[in-house]
Write a new protein. Structure first.
Length: 408
């Protein structure tokens, strides 16, 4: 009798994996220009307020509202304040020509936009409207108050965050160092585009596609990648590759060879050098998945089927790598959307189906959901996360995870 190991729920696998993902202790200081995608290792506390002083949000005239209570007024223009300069206190019954971003002078309590004014000869202006106190003025500190935490430790830096850090004077930022990842593909059938031309492909050969998207995904997640290429389906070769990969890397990531067939050497190879857990995940695509350790390095073995590899990377390796970098927030934001497709036959595993948002605000499903069809992952802009055993009728609300949530 063959005893099948029970399938492991994704959440259980993820929780276990996250327990292993202890943040790297080494920090580095990088230029704010180069910090996109990195994880902050310290709170950024602003020592100044932003904007530093009240300033105009319009081109126009700074005035005192009280001077305009009687309706349109002709006032002398006593000063000109451009962005980057500072004016002087505004005397009663006068106006200051002012431009966007320029500090509002003491005494002025409103800006009237130039469209509501008429410049007259002799340095005069007719203000054609009344004004509300505070209009067209950006208040000092309305973005950031002095002493506030503008970016917290553990934040993953986005382009906007770099701008925010710069706005409080940070030219460099302390971040967790990049994880060093050794990547290799297993499979005697694999050849490299560029090495073997299409016409020269032997029967049974396929191009190595996983290597390309895995390297790109790792780089997007801030990793330094050592690409060790393709390892043949032999135990000794696999052991050698792992030994080499363990040296000086935080994570060894492989694709393929992780099942328990005769040509799958990852399991015995890792076990001969360290420890390995082989999980049969209760998800589709992506059943076999391995976590282990080789010396000080983490080991993660992804399935060989391209879509399984892609999906398990996004669901498991991505949060793992972010936590290694000290990221505080690793969960993705899913949204509920109506299915514009049907799923009459449920799977007993939790399914991650390649889907795409349509112009009607619903989701279309890629027709072929096979784990070998990488076209589906290119066509899709997200994954429908469907619980085990659930059929879907047209219009049912389903959980959708945008790919963009996970690719950056
Ligand atoms: P394996 O997990 O090694 O049994 O591989 C499962 C399936 O994925 C087989 O059809 C392999 O040919 C295919 N496969 C494995 N690795 C790759 C790869 N790097 N690129 C494309 N297909 C792969
Ligand atoms: Mg294989």
């Amino acid at each position: 009798m063959i005893l099948h190991k029970p399938l492991k729920p994704l959440d259980e696998a993820l929780a276990q994996l996250m327990d292993y993902a202890v943040a790297l202790p080494e920090l580095e200081v990088v230029s704010t220009f180069d910090a996109d995608g990195r994880v902050l290792a310290q709170d950024i506390v602003s020592t100044l307020q932003v904007p530093p002083q009240d300033n105009s949000s319009m081109d126009g005239y700074a005035v005192r509202c009280a001077d305009l209570l009687q309706g349109p007024q002709v006032l002398p223009v006593t000063q000109r304040i451009a962005a980057g300069t500072a004016g002087v206190a505004l005397a009663p019954f006068s106006a200051a020509r002012i431009f966007t971003g320029a500090p509002v002078p003491d005494g002025a309590d409103a800006v009237v936009m130039q469209e509501d004014c008429e410049a007259l000869a002799g340095e005069l202006v007719r203000i054609n409207v009344t004004a509300q106190a505070g209009q067209w003025i950006r208040r000092a500190g309305e973005d950031i108050s002095a002493g506030s935490v503008v970016l917290a430790k553990g934040a993953r830096l986005s382009p906007a965050a770099l701008g925010l850090a710069a706005s409080v004077g940070m030219a460099s930022l302390t971040v967790v160092r990049r994880p060093r990842v050794a990547l290799f593909s297993t499979g005697d059938e694999l050849v490299m585009p560029g090495d073997v031309a299409v016409q020269q492909m032997k029967p049974g050969s396929i191009y190595n596609s996983n290597r390309f998207f895995l390297r790109a995904l790792l780089q997007r997640l801030g990793c330094e990648v050592s690409d060790l290429g393709i390892v043949p389906d032999r135990l000794e070769a696999t052991v050698q590759a792992l030994e080499r990969a363990a040296h000086d890397h935080d994570l060894i990531l492989t694709s393929g060879g992780v099942s328990v067939g005769e040509e799958d050497h990852i399991k015995p190879a890792v076990q001969s050098l360290g420890t390995l857990d082989l999980w049969h995940l209760a998800i589709k695509p992506g059943k076999p998945f391995a976590y282990g350790r080789v010396q000080q390095a983490h080991f993660i073995g992804l399935p060989g089927n391209p879509v399984s590899s892609f999906v398990t990377f996004l669901l498991l390796v991505r949060p793992f790598l972010l936590q290694l970098q000290g990221a505080g927030q690793v969960a993705v934001k899913a949204i509920n959307m109506p299915a514009h497709f049907v799923l009459p036959k449920a799977d007993k595993r939790r399914e991650f189906m390649r889907a795409r948002r349509n112009a009607q605000g619903g989701l279309d499903l890629f027709a072929n959901q096979s784990s070998g069809v990488l076209t589906s992952a290119v066509w899709a802009d997200g994954l429908v996360d469907n619980p085990p055993g659930r059929t879907i009728a047209y219009g049912d609300m389903v959980r959708f995870i945008p790919l963009l949530e996970m690719l950056g």
